[in-house]
Design a protein around this ligand. Structure first.
Ligand code: TRP
Length: 368
């Protein structure tokens, strides 16, 4: 097996829109930490345009346009192209070949049990033209992504756990049939409960563009303010400041759970030492939603302002962004091609690797 004992990261995003706060706390923030920890030998971040096409076949422009949005989001949150390889999936043909082999190791029954795919099918409907086979099989292509990089660690949001489970099954089956070849990957999800699944500003379980309940990393300060003040769901029973308030399901507090620390209180709301004290006051009554929202906006701005500034810099230099993607993709091609060669050798389909099969075939014909 190649790359033994190396610590390798692969993670990816579908370029179907700009990345939002849910992506940030669920995964991006962690990636930057891991990148800067110095603990990993190799870090790869992929723009999964092929996966995005599995349910956008009729709208390739959307994918094309959002590749630049996602790269800018990466660069602005602190993904450093000198430390992390940023690459584009569709330009890694080894992934397509691996997918084709792995498809033979998975039953359609197993695929239809994947809870994430099930939920996504329910969400999208696919009523008119039926479920695209490519979409149904995308967990297999995701296993190809992960194994092609020999990833040991895959930092993802909680919703991706079933994908990792399926990838691990494919790895185990491949290694059982063809011998130890593929590296068994491990998912890494956020420790903080609220960071795993940040709700939309309206309290709906998922941030989604069509629901208009997102805060994007690229939003202006004004847009952030509008989402919080105009749309953020609090406690409908908390009508007057003096009324006792509820924390459960109150999105302002969910977001504070995800983002606020004690230092924020020192800077912006020194009446409380920490979030527990603030919550206690809210529940007792006497703390208004306006104050809570204002604090949250300060906390978020402290995080978002530097991201916005960094993005503005890169936006002026798309030439360099292009080169970052191109360089990263070339490096990724080398890595993934090497894995494909190893896989084909394990599978005994490496006919043209050298001319040694001539001897084999000749011996076979002689013994006939
Ligand atoms: N399915 C992932 C998502 O929707 C994106 C993805 C594609 C991915 N390939 C991957 C994530 C490989 C981790 C590893 O967010």
């Amino acid at each position: 097996m190649a790359n033994e004992n190396k610590k390798i990261i692969l993670t990816a995003d579908r370029p179907t829109g700009k990345l939002h706060l849910g992506h940030y706390v669920g995964s991006l923030m962690r990636r930057v930490e891991l990148q800067n920890s110095g603990e990993f030998d190799d870090i790869n971040i992929m723009i999964a345009d092929d996966q995005a096409l599995t349910d956008n076949a009729d709208n390739p422009e959307k994918i094309r346009d959002n590749i630049i949005n996602v790269v800018l989001d990466y660069l602005s949150v602190g993904i450093d192209p000198n430390k992390s390889t940023i690459c584009v999936q569709s330009k890694l043909p080894a992934l397509h070949a691996l997918t084709f082999y792995y498809l033979n190791l998975v039953s359609t029954a197993r695929l239809s049990r994947n809870p994430t795919v099930k939920a996504e099918i329910a969400l999208r409907g696919f009523a008119d033209e039926g479920l695209p086979a490519g979409f149904f099989c995308y967990p297999v292509s995701q296993a190809a992504d992960i194994t092609a990089f020999d990833a040991t660690v895959v930092p993802v949001g909680e919703d991706q756990l079933p994908m990792l489970e399926q990838a691990r099954e494919i790895v185990e089956k491949f290694n059982r049939i063809y011998g130890e070849t593929l590296v068994l990957p491990q998912a890494l999800i956020p420790e903080n409960e609220t960071q795993r699944r940040l709700p939309g500003v309206d309290g709906k379980a998922k941030m989604s563009k069509s629901l208009g309940n997102c805060i994007y990393l690229s939003d202006s300060a004004k847009q952030v303010k509008q989402q919080v003040n105009g749309k953020m769901f609090t406690d409908p029973q908390h009508l007057r400041v003096e009324d006792p308030g509820h924390i459960e399901g109150n999105v302002v507090f969910t977001y504070l759970d995800a983002f606020a620390n004690d230092d924020h209180f020192k800077r912006y709301l020194p009446e409380y030492a920490n979030l527990d004290e603030m919550k206690a006051h809210y529940m007792r009554g006497g703390l208004g939603d306006g104050t809570c929202k204002k604090f949250l906006i300060n906390v978020m701005e402290e995080m978002l302002a530097p991201i916005r500034e960094e993005r503005a810099k890169w936006e002026k230099d798309i030439d360099s962004v292009y080169d970052i993607l191109l360089d990263g993709t070339k490096r990724a091609q080398e890595k993934t091609n090497a894995t494909l060669a190893r896989v084909q050798t394990a599978m005994r389909i490496d006919y043209f690797k050298d001319r040694s099969i001539i001897k084999e075939w000749e011996a076979l014909l002689k013994n006939k």
